[in-house]
Structure formats: C-alpha cells, structure tokens
Unconditional design. Structure first.
Length: 431
C-alpha cells in the first residue's frame, strides 16, 4: 500500500485490474485504492508477473502493507491453470469411433493485463488468438482483429467492464449501457459509475468526513514544524498585459490562465532558491534538484488533494498550463495516479478565485515551504513618483525554520517578484 501523501496512514483496495499470471510492467496501473481524500490509481513499482494477490477488494490495510507478490517471468505461475498430477498415458492408437486427437493449445502469452480483461469481457478464448507481438505476445490489436471479424457484429460491441464495476453497477441498479468508460478502448471501471443508489459500506467513512485526513495532517504539521511566515505584494500588471497579448495570438483552447504564470514564477523561484525546495527527513534537510510542484485542489465534497506537476521548472508556460488543467480536472473527477499525488518538493495554494486577499498556509510535511497566492486586485501603486491603479497580488510564504530562516525566505519572495516583473522571461523563456 503506497503512501499517497504524508496524511495517508491506510487505504482500501476497491478494484484489482490484474489477476495472478498477468505480466505487469513498472508504471502499469494495477489497482484502485480509496484513501480518505480521493480514489487513486495505483501503479506497479516493478516489472514481472503477478504471482498472487495478498489484499482482497474491500480490505483496508496500513500504508506499507504488501498488496501482491510479483515474480520474475521464469518463476511465474502459468496463465492457464494446469491439472495437478501426472498426465494420463497416451493410448497406443486411437479408439474406435473416437475423435481424432488434437494437440492441446499452449497457454497464451499476454503482456497487457487489460488485454486479458477485455478478452474475458468479450468471451474470447485467448488460445484462439494469433499473436503478433514481440516474443509471441498477444496484443490489443490481435484481440481487436478477432472481435471485429466476429459475427454477428453485435458481439464486438459488447461492453467492456471490469468485474468489480459490473458487480458495483448491479448493487446500485445502474444500466452499464448508459455509462461512458474512461479506460482503454472505453473500458468501464468502478470510478466511472455515478454515485446513485447505495454505495458499498467501505466508502462510508471517507464520504461522510472527507476533511478528516486534511485536518489530521494540518494538526500534525503545526505540532511538529516551527513555521515562520513572510508576505509581499507584487505588481502583476506587466505580466497580465503580456499574457493578454499572448492569448490574442493563440486559439481559444490554447489560452493561458494567470494561475499558470504565477506557478511558473514560483517554480523558477524555487529553482533559484533551492534551500526551500526539498524535504525535512531524519532531522535534516534534503534538497531536490528538480521542482516537483504540488498544487492544492479543493474537492467538491470537501477536503483537498494535491496533484504534483513534476519538473515544473523545466516546463514552458503552455506546457505548464496543460499540465495544470489536466491535473486539476482529473483530481476533481478522481482519476489521478499514485505517482501524481506523491513526491512534491513544495506546494502552492491559490485562493484568489475565492476572493481571498492573503493566504497564510500550513506546510505539507515533509516539505519545508508553502507559497500562498491571493486574489489579483486593482490597487493604488506608486510608479515613477505618481500613484496609479495597478493589478496587485499578495504572495505569502510559510516555511520551516529548521531548514531555513527569514533571510532565505525573503530571497524566494524577491525572486518570484522579480520574475513576475519580467513577463518576457515567464512567457517566452527570454528576459
């Protein structure tokens, strides 16, 4: 059971997407886990063959509990069960009236667990599928050829549904024909089902009190971390003017929000002040060479989830906007992977859309810094000795006094302000 954030102490397996005998690779999504904050896709950490599952669906276990056993290809159990005991001796010749003997088809080699799942849903015996993949593996294309050539055509249009989603739909009285699947080739998974009817009891705690995990983490953070706070105001007018010019020159779907400009400034600022980018572990600060920026996203049912924009300092503005929109959208619909909610080196919380002027945040351990961004407002500002109306934003910093001091924190805020004053650097990468 992976630790999907410092606030997670246990999780519930709600769906297995693989079965014993399936070949899995590092990065494959193999299970779905329900935490107290969100439902997360769990990725495989190693490559090999799934030997056996140790934690059943519906079982809640602490972080660090083994979920399954992965073995090498050589030690893998056969994909198709083989009867125990020695095989019967072959007769000297065919019996009178007996059918001609046939060679037993070998066990199919299937690299993708989803191919095995799709075949089971469509009622296809994989031993009848011609493999064209490397090493004699059956690929999705091989299976699709069988499905598309089947008669009648309706057979190939059979719904692809995971076993758990099918059972859950029956419990909730949901017609699967009305559900749009989010998995490969339209595969319907449990998270695609609308929350109508009675939900399983294992979700009751998380659904009834979605803020509990966040509250526990914040209490722990305030107990253990000696916070210090700094704040500044930044004239955002040059950056917003440049952003409007940028957006006029691109199609509407490619337009960039001010939030992405602010995130890029924070990412580049943390890269320039690495003393605030990393983790406090074993009574020591461990800096990180890359900026993995956590972005706090509020959930509709309450609570927060923090998807991580990896290597944010290396993303240009357009790429950062795409990453932000994708992560925020999937966070709110419960489609994040385990690798996307862990490993942040610093967090940004932006409450400007809610009309908040100043954010005084609480650090997300084991990180040592949190940047808060408020609303952009028109305020009086002195320019060349005169008072004019400018677009101004409040930016705050909550930092861990064990890892840094006020002078270091001030450098970060100054660097963010300097970057926001140079829109050419933020929008095009050139000062």
């Amino acid at each position: 059971m992976p630790a999907l954030g410092a606030d997670m102490t246990e999780g519930t397996v709600v769906e297995w997407l693989v079965a014993p005998g399936d070949v899995v690779h590092r990065g494959d999504v193999i299970a779905v886990v329900d935490t107290e904050k969100a439902v997360i896709d769990v990725e495989c950490f190693e490559s090999g063959v799934l030997g056996r599952i140790l934690v059943d669906v519906g079982q809640k276990v602490p972080v660090g509990t083994p979920l399954a056993v992965i073995v090498s290809d050589a030690a893998a159990p056969p994909a198709t069960p083989v009867p125990a005991g020695p095989p019967p001796a072959a007769p000297a010749g065919p019996a009178v009236g007996a059918p001609e003997p046939r060679d037993r088809a070998p066990s199919p080699r299937v690299r993708s667990p989803l191919v095995r799942m799709h075949a089971a849903d469509a009622g296809v015996d994989l031993r009848t599928v011609t493999a064209t993949g490397p090493g004699g593996q059956i690929t999705q294309s091989d299976l699709d050829r069988v499905l598309h050539s089947a008669a009648p055509p309706v057979a190939s249009a059979r719904l692809r549904v995971t076993p758990y989603a099918r059972r859950l739909a029956a419990e909730r009285g949901i017609d699967l024909a009305t559900v749009r699947g989010s998995g490969p080739e339209g595969l319907v998974r449990a998270r695609d089902l609308p929350r109508t009817g009675a939900a399983p009891a294992r979700h009751a705690t998380a659904d009834a009190d979605p803020r509990r995990a966040t509250a526990m983490l914040m209490a722990r953070s305030k107990r253990e971390i000696p916070h210090y706070y700094l704040g500044t105001q930044v004239d955002l007018t040059p950056a917003l003017d440049a952003l409007r010019a940028h957006n006029r020159a691109v199609p509407v779907p490619d337009r960039v929000l001010p939030a992405a400009v602010l995130l890029r400034a924070v990412a580049l600022g943390l890269s320039a002040v690495p003393e605030l980018n990393g983790h406090w572990v074993d009574d020591a600060f461990r800096p990180c060479s890359a900026v993995h920026l956590g972005v706090a996203v509020s959930l509709r049912g309450g609570g927060l989830v923090v998807p991580v924009l990896r290597d944010a300092e290396s993303l240009d503005l357009d790429a950062l906007m795409r990453a932000l929109a994708d992560a925020a959208g999937r966070a709110r619909t419960g489609h994040l992977r385990s690798s996307e909610v862990s490993g942040a080196t610093a967090t940004v919380t932006n409450l400007g859309e809610l009309g908040v002027d100043t954010v005084v945040g609480v650090i997300h351990p084991p990180q040592v810094a949190l940047v808060g961004i408020g609303a952009v407002r028109s305020r009086p500002w002195v320019v060349d000795g005169g008072v004019v109306a400018r677009s101004v934003v409040d930016i705050s910093l909550a930092a861990d006094h064990r890892a840094s001091d006020g002078a270091t924190g001030s450098r970060l805020l100054r660097e963010i302000g300097r970057l926001l004053g140079q829109p050419g650097l933020l929008l095009t990468g050139q000062s």
